[in-house]
Design a protein around this ligand. Structure first.
Ligand SMILES: Nc1nc2c(ncn2[C@@H]2O[C@H](COP(=O)(O)OP(=O)(O)OP(=O)(O)O)[C@@H](O)[C@H]2O)c(=O)[nH]1
Ligand SMILES: [Mg+2]
Length: 366
């Protein structure tokens, strides 16, 4: 009990310190500019894709100046930091747009290229895609309306389409942004699209701006949570009693703040410190207890170095997994209207942290 309380205090203090350290990073992330284009042939499902991701009827958003009949640009946020481009094929579009639209195209961050599966891939699509790839920006190909392809034919259809388009499987996804209800009750592939875009924006620090605009907030937070967990596992620090908390706590505090931003509900410093202490020190059973034992088995002694071998590996797992748990629990807490607490909240944390550990262990055996 006493150990719990002193560790909770330690976590809260580390969180308060990290709070001001994360201010600048958060402010910078929120000032980013982002341009995402939905391109693809007529009726392939561009508007449906935009609706599935952003919950937005593109036709009802007034386009910004510079838009043309074929290339429409709309702002997703009030300040116009996040722009969506919606245009048919690309090959000949650029020639027909005015200067301002062209400058939007020049600052493109990500392209989502939507292909209509019904009727199969066309030569025009291959040409379009080649022209788009020449821009040198990340391009995700969505094989859309997959619901219209019979299940048993899908695998062969996808392989043939990717070969025709010369696309790597890792940069393609099957989707049904607006499936026929009798074929699929929900859109297909949206989470993957979100994850792919979120991951490709990590390097430029634009994942948060993207995530803020998404309709599905839980899916929006996933790339942020995974990025933070990977960073924590490399931080060479530990969120358990007897270790130097600072580096991992800073990552976790930033993550909690990011998640709150995605939900449009910024949290104050004491609230963030409270959540973190509640999760890491509240029970000290579940995952945190497992982590302390795993570290002991690896040869770590409280206060000792974590620089090498087994200890380093164990600490990477514990730091990554606790960060994943913190992220998942924060999402659950916000989405419960901030009512989830105590063991119920720590239950979400433990489940997610163990899942992250198991998934890493599995990946290591491959
Ligand atoms: N079955 C099925 N229909 C879809 C899917 N996605 C879109 N559609 C339908 O395809 C039609 C065209 O969809 P849009 O989203 O308007 O396509 P678009 O690419 O914006 O079309 P244009 O702006 O005309 O080029 C609509 O009737 C959609 O309901 C899908 O995944 N499955
Ligand atoms: Mg359209």
């Amino acid at each position: 009990m006493a150990e719990n309380e002193s560790f909770a205090l330690e976590v809260r203090q580390a969180a308060v310190t990290a709070w001001s350290d994360t201010d600048a990073a958060l402010a910078a992330a929120l000032k980013q500019h982002l341009v995402v284009a939905f391109l693809g042939s007529a009726s392939s499902g561009k508007d449906s894709g935009i609706r599935a991701l952003f919950g937005l009827d593109f036709g009802e958003v007034s386009p910004i100046p510079g838009s043309t009949a074929t290339l429409r640009v709309a702002r997703l946020d009030a300040e116009g930091r996040v722009l969506l481009v919606n245009a048919p094929g690309f090959g000949d579009v650029r020639a027909h747009v005015d200067e301002r639209a062209r400058s939007v195209l020049e600052s493109l961050d990500i392209v989502v290229y939507v292909v209509n599966c019904e009727g199969g891939v066309t030569l025009d699509e291959r040409r379009d895609l080649d022209a788009i790839r020449a821009l040198g920006r990340p391009v995700l190909v969505c094989l859309n309306k997959i619901d219209l392809i019979r299940t048993k034919e899908r695998e062969g259809f996808v392989a043939a389409s990717l070969a025709q388009l010369n696309v790597d499987a890792k940069d393609a996804v099957i989707t049904a942004f607006d499936p026929l209800p009798q074929l699929a009750p929900e859109p297909i592939g949206v989470e993957f699209v979100i994850k792919w875009i979120g991951d490709h924006l990590a390097e430029s620090g634009k994942t948060l701006m993207f995530a803020k605009q998404l309709r599905n907030k839980a899916a929006a937070c996933e790339p942020l949570i995974q990025q933070a967990s990977r960073a924590a596992s490399l931080a060479g620090a530990l969120p358990i009693p007897g270790a130097d908390l600072a580096a991992v706590t800073a990552i976790q505090v930033k993550l909690i703040r990011d998640i709150a931003e995605v939900h449009g509900q910024p949290l104050d410093r004491d609230m963030v410190a409270f959540i973190l202490a509640e999760l890491l020190a509240g029970g000290m059973r579940g995952f945190v207890k497992w982590g302390m034992e795993a570290l002991k088995v690896a040869g770590w002694i409280p206060g000792g170095q974590i620089a090498e071998g087994l200890i380093l590996a164990a600490s990477a797992t514990v730091a990554g997994a606790t960060t994943y748990g913190v992220g998942k629990a924060t999402v659950a807490w916000i989405q419960s209207g901030r009512s989830l607490e105590g063991d119920a909240l720590r239950g979400v944390f433990d489940l997610a942290a163990f899942a992250w550990r198991d998934q890493k262990a599995l990946a290591a055996t491959k």
